[in-house]
Every structure is written in structure tokens, then in C-alpha cells.
Design a protein around this ligand. Structure first.
Ligand code: 6PG
Length: 630
């Protein structure tokens, strides 16, 4: 299709034409650039062109229109004032050429001509152009009093261009791969990335250029055009950095949306922000979904796990697309679901990451023991972990660890070259502070976060290591615990970590009245996400029976069986200066939570002693408080 944007000088043909070409992904041409030198000289001298002057120019354009049409289309900005000029330009079948007529008030046009500095056409020629203009009855007529973007939006609506079904904002690793994932399923998608000169330029276009097979990806760097390219109700997935960036984006995006549109924040946003955004957009009758997405780059491209919270109505609209982008469980069902109102989706993702942090550190603890206590080589560790995988420990995180252990760079193992300073993006911290706020004991997570913080103090560790001269390692000739005992400790820590994760979900569900479906969340987490594992498969059934894993007979039986080895592993590690933050913390949690009579009576007595904070008594009613003059 050839689109000719026509109108008098100053009506905005070039600006509108360029934007339209951008939105339609067609090349843009300006008819002014096809004038002969003589014509340009005449116009610059404020001498109106005659029909003879225009003849050659129009014929050249007509030839090019034929050519551009064969090449797939174009947008041409051309005054085309008279019908007889348009007849010359109509060098292709009429259904292959659309006329877009810009109409507007003479004063507006004159002001625009006065303002523009880089054009040879003086304002004095406007009247002669207006005199010559024969406004066609055909074509798309649009008023030029609004902004260029609004005019283009109006044109796009009028030309009935096929719209994209789903939009993505933010072409980072996750956004790009999710867009490619959906586009590869044949869905027409629009992608947008902001344009920041010198930093982020032409990013969306590059994604489209890098994937020439996916012709159903339409790139934008103009937010308004991106929005207008989407069919209603619009479904827009935002994948940008959590925090201020989401705030600013929503501020710019919301006014461009219509009632009933669905905005999906797929980043790792803080659940309280999602709660607030859900309410803000609800007031504007726009559906907001906070969707926790897990699976990294590979999951985004081939199928991720997605936990949606917010507007149920919005979820129903977006669900078919989210299902396309999700991983599938062992029954072939999509690993995505509506899990609760407000910020529930992002809360669940935060807990996913809590389990993830502790699972990662538990493997790191085991690796450290194997390395410094059992003195295993990487090859031996790979053999051990492969055996563990076959004995119920199968998980994505353990399987990537096996790959990592084997990676070499020349003669060296890459792992030995990687600096031992762990970084973090923030979800672990949020989880830790949220657990404290909600009064949820979450030792293994705290220790996993703290382990990263301690690791960051490399210089201090180096100094103290030499001051204390205690390097981790076996202090005796032979190890007194075996690989199997360590495996039992690892399995125990995992059970406890998963117990606390789901317990956190249950407590939050009670507090925020989310009614979280724990078994369904476990099902969603069986594929696509970072914490997928054989254990997670088992938890679906267990969580259908109970919300407390530690109270389930299957778990009780296992923990009782493993306990001796769990304790031996932790104590033996401590004796040998081997730090195992998550294994130790999980054991301590386990021992504390199953202690009926704890030491907290002394804490209460101390509080009452120095602060008259009062205490309750075992031998009196549960509501009554007492104070003693100690
Ligand atoms: C996932 C991951 C992912 C994680 C980032 C940053 O589920 O795909 O949890 O979302 O948040 O990889 O993790 P760090 O906090 O370790 O930087």
C-alpha cells in the first residue's frame, strides 16, 4: 500500500508522514526532495509553480510510486493540490493507494510555516496554495489541530490497519525473549523500548531486525504509536526494572489507555507497589496484573512460570497469551494461573525467590563441604550430585550446578576463577524484611541473604582469615561423615526451606485475605521456574492435604529418618570451620519449631525485669498479663 499524505505547505505532511511511516513500518519519502533545482529556486523566491513546472516532478513521483508499490509500500508526503496532479500520481491501482488529506485552519498553518526554519517555502506562498487546493472527496480526511501523534492515531484507526494483539514494553533480556516467545506462536505483537539518546537507541527496531523470520513483531520507540497499534482491550506486558522506572512508565502510559485495557507488570516489583498500582488503575477502570515471572532468559523464550495477581477480569483477558508464553507441567497444563487479588502475584514471586535464595545457598553449603571437608575434586562432585539427582534430589538448580562444575577455561575450572562475592538484585532483602514485618520466622532465607552480604566483604574476610589463620578444611585425617549423610542434611534443609516458603504464603494469605491456592502454586512451580524440582512435584499432593508441610506424615517420616545425619553434618562442619549458613539455620529452625517448651520464658522475665513489659503465665488464663517487682 502507498499512502500519500497531502495538503498545503505547513499542514504537517512531513511530520505526520514520517510518524505514519514509522507506525506502519514503511519507508518515508518527501515529494519536496524530488523537485528540480529550478522549481526549488522559484519557490524560495516566493514565485508560485505553474502546472508546467510541476509536470516533470509529478511524473518522476508517479514512476517512483510504481516502484515503491512493488517494493512493499511507502508513505509519501506530497501537496498534490489539484485533482489533475493526483490523476498523474495515481500510477497504481486505486485500491493500492490511500490518500490522507490534512485539513486545518489557515491561521494554524501560517503559524507553523512562520515557526519552521529549515524549509525553502516562504509563508507568502500559502495563499496561492490554498487557492489552488481542490480538496478531494475521497481519501481519509483528518483535522490537523491536535498533536501529530493523535493525528497519526486517528489515521491508523481510519485506515483499519490490522492491529497487534499483544504489546511488550521494555526490550531487556526478559522482555525481548517473552516477545519472541509469543511472536513465535504466530501472535502479532508490538514491542516498545524507550529512546534515550546515546544510551538506548533503536532497541525495539534492533529486536525486529535480529529476528527477520518473525514478521509479526512491530517495533516502536514512540509510546503513543505503540499503544495505538494494539487492538482493544489492549494487553500490555511491562518488563522493566522494578521501582521508579515502572512508576514513570505507568505515569506516561495510563493516559494513553482506554477503559478495559489490561496492564501487566511482569518484573520483580515489590508486592506493596503492585497492590497500590492495582487500586490506582482500578479507579480508572483499567485492569492491573502484577505477574511474577520466573525462568530467566531461557524460560522467557521457551516457557516460564507465571503467578498472576490483581484483576481477575484482566487475567481472563490476558490468560490465553500468558498461557502461550508459559511452561507446561507434566500433564501439559500451562504453568500460569491467577493466584490472588492485589499484589498476590508479586508476593508469590518474592517467596519463590526466598526459596530460590535458600536453595542456592544450600547447594553452595554442600559444595563447600564436598570441597573442603570431603576434599572431592569437581569430577567427583559431579558424580556425587548426579547420584543425588537419581535419589530424589533432582532440581533445576542442582542440574545447573552439575554443568557449572564441569565448565573449564583452558586447564582451569571456571568456578575456581570466579570471585567469591555474591551480588543480589533485591528480592531477597524484600523477602527478609517482609518476613520480619509479618512475624514469620525465616532463618534459612535470612542466612542466605546474609551469606551474600558477608561474601561481599572480601577484603575484611581476607584480613581476618590471616589474623585467625583458620582456613576451612577437615581437621582430622579421615572424614567422620559421609556423602550420604551430607545428602540427608541437604534433603532435610530443602524440606524445611520449602516448609517455610509455603508457610509464609499461608500466613500472608491469612493476613491479606488472598486465599492463596498453595497446591496450585506448587503446580505452577513444577516447570519453567528456577525452583522447579522433583520435590515440588511431590508437594502438590501434600499441599492438597495440609498447609503445613512439617505436619504431614510423609515429611515427618523423612525428617525423623534424616535427623541424626543432619545434626552430624552441621556439627562436623562447625568443628572444621566450614561455614554452612543455610544447613545450620534450617537445623536450628527445625529444632526450635519442634520445641514445645522454649527459652522464651526467660526473655519475657528479662523484659519484665528491666522494662516492666509484663508476661503471661502458664498457670493462668491466656489473656491475663502479670508484672513482678523483681
Ligand atoms: C527467576 C529469578 C529472577 C531473579 C533474578 C535476580 O525466578 O527467574 O528469581 O527473577 O530475581 O535473576 O536475582 P538476584 O536477586 O540473585 O540478583
Amino acid at each position: 500500500m502507498i499512502y500519500i499524505v497531502m495538503g498545503v505547505s505547513g499542514s504537517g505532511k512531513t511530520t505526520i508522514g514520517r510518524l505514519l511511516a514509522n507506525a506502519l513500518h514503511l519507508p518515508f519519502y518527501d515529494a519536496d526532495n524530488f523537485h528540480s533545482k529550478e522549481n526549488i529556486k522559484k519557490m524560495a523566491a516566493a514565485t508560485p509553480l505553474t502546472d508546467e513546472d510541476r509536470q516533470q516532478w509529478l511524473e518522476t513521483l508517479a514512476g517512483n510510486i510504481k516502484l515503491w508499490s512493488k517494493e512493499g509500500g511507502a508513505v509519501l508526503a506530497c501537496s498534490a493540490l489539484k485533482e489533475k496532479y493526483r490523476i498523474i500520481l495515481q500510477s497504481i491501482p486505486s485500491d493500492a493507494l490511500t490518500w490522507i488529506v490534512l485539513k486545518g485552519d489557515k491561521i494554524i498553518i501560517k503559524n507553523r510555516i512562520v515557526e519552521r526554519k529549515d524549509h525553502y517555502m516562504p509563508g507568502s506562498l500559502l495563499q496561492s496554495q490554498l487557492n489552488e487546493l481542490e480538496v478531494p472527496e475521497y481519501g481519509i480526511h483528518t483535522d490537523i489541530s491536535s498533536s501529530p501523534e493523535e493525528i497519526v492515531q486517528d489515521i491508523l484507526e481510519k485506515i483499519n490497519k490490522p492491529l497487534s494483539e499483544f504489546g511488550f514494553i521494555g526490550m531487556g533480556v526478559m522482555g525481548t525473549n517473552l516477545a519472541l516467545n509469543l511472536a513465535s506462536k504466530g501472535i502479532p505483537v508490538a514491542i516498545y523500548n524507550r529512546q534515550v539518546m546515546g544510551i538506548e537507541e533503536g532497541i525495539a527496531q534492533k529486536v525486529a531486525d535480529d529476528n527477520p523470520d518473525l514478521k509479526n513483531i512491530i517495533p516502536f520507540d514512540d509510546l503513543q504509536l505503540f499503544v495505538s497499534s494494539l487492538s482493544k482491550p489492549r494487553k500490555i506486558l511491562i518488563m522493566i526494572k522494578a521501582g521508579d522506572a515502572v512508576e514513570h512508565l505507568l505515569f506516561a502510559l495510563t493516559p494513553l489507555l482506554s477503559e478495559g485495557d489490561v496492564v501487566i507488570d511482569g518484573g520483580n516489583s515489590y508486592f506493596k507497589d503492585s497492590e497500590r498500582r492495582f487500586e490506582d488503575l482500578k479507579a480508572k477502570k483499567i485492569h492491573f496484573l502484577g505477574v511474577g515471572i520466573s525462568g530467566g532468559e531461557e524460560g522467557a523464550r521457551n516457557g516460564a512460570a507465571m503467578m498472576a495477581g490483581g484483576s481477575l477480569e484482566g487475567y481472563k483477558i490476558a490468560a490465553p497469551y500468558l498461557e502461550f508464553m508459559s511452561a507446561k507441567d507434566k500433564n501439559g497444563d500451562p504453568c500460569v494461573g491467577f493466584t490472588g487479588a492485589g499484589g498476590a502475584g508479586h508476593f508469590i514471586k518474592m517467596v519463590h525467590n526466598s526459596i530460590e535464595y535458600a536453595e542456592m545457598q544450600a547447594i553452595a553449603d554442600v559444595y563447600f563441604l564436598c570441597k573442603h571437608y570431603l576434599k572431592l575434586s569437581p569430577v567427583q562432585m559431579v558424580e556425587v550430585f548426579n547420584n543425588w539427582e537419581e535419589d530424589g534430589c533432582e532440581s533445576y538448580l542442582l542440574s545447573i550446578t552439575i554443568q557449572i562444575l564441569q565448565k573449564k577455561e583452558g586447564n582451569d575450572y571456571l568456578l575456581d576463577l570466579i570471585l567469591d562475592q555474591a551480588e543480589q538484585k533485591g528480592t531477597g532483602n524484600w523477602s527478609a524484611t517482609t518476613a520480619i514485618d509479618l512475624g514469620i520466622p525465616y532463618g534459612p532465607l535470612m542466612e542466605a541473604v546474609m551469606a551474600r552480604s558477608v561474601s561481599a566483604r572480601k577484603k575484611e574476610r581476607n584480613k581476618l582469615a590471616s589474623l585467625y589463620a583458620d582456613q576451612p578444611g577437615l581437621n582430622k585425617k579421615t572424614a567422620t561423615i559421609t556423602v550420604d549423610q551430607i545428602k540427608h542434611a541437604y534433603k532435610s534443609a530443602r524440606l524445611i526451606n520449602h516448609h517455610i516458603g509455603f508457610d509464609t504464603l499461608q500466613k500472608a494469605s491469612d493476613i491479606f485475605k488472598w486465599d492463596l491456592p498453595l497446591a496450585e502454586i506448587a503446580r505452577i512451580w513444577t516447570n519453567g521456574c528456577i525452583i522447579r524440582s522433583a520435590l515440588m512435584e511431590d508437594l502438590i499432593d501434600i499441599l492438597s492435604d495440609t498447609t503445613s508441610l512439617l505436619s504431614h506424615s510423609f515429611i515427618i517420616e523423612q525428617l525423623k529418618f534424616f535427623k541424626k545425619d543432619f545434626v552430624s553434618t552441621v556439627t562436623e562442619s562447625m568443628k572444621n570451620d566450614i561455614t554452612i549458613p543455610v544447613l545450620a539455620s534450617a537445623l536450628n529452625y527445625f529444632l526450635s519449631i519442634k520445641t514445645a517448651d522454649s527459652s522464651a520464658n526467660l526473655i519475657q522475665a528479662q523484659r519484665d525485669y528491666f522494662g516492666a513489659h509484663t508476661y503471661k503465665r502458664k498457670d493462668k488464663s491466656a489473656e491475663e498479663y502479670f508484672h513482678t517487682k523483681w
